[in-house]
Design a protein. Structure first.
Length: 70
């Protein structure tokens, strides 16, 4: 599994930033991060523009799961 860092923009609320999301492919991660950002910012999914990938890393090197989550 890979961790993708994406740039994003929400023109309707004039916000830009970056967000990471884990996925097997960039396509999967891009869709998931768009939904996650929309939920977090309380906007429609269509309002979130996911831009370029800033970086990619191996999620196993930086992703930890708590005992209760497994």
């Amino acid at each position: 599994m890979l961790q993708f860092w994406f740039e994003y923009e929400i023109p309707s609320i004039n916000k830009k930033g970056d967000w990471s999301y884990n996925g097997l492919t960039e396509e999967d991660a891009r869709k998931g991060v768009q939904e996650r950002i929309a939920d977090f910012e309380m906007v429609e999914v269509e309002d979130v523009y996911v831009g370029n990938v800033k970086r990619t890393s191996n999620a196993k090197d930086s992703f930890y799961e708590c005992e209760g989550c497994t």
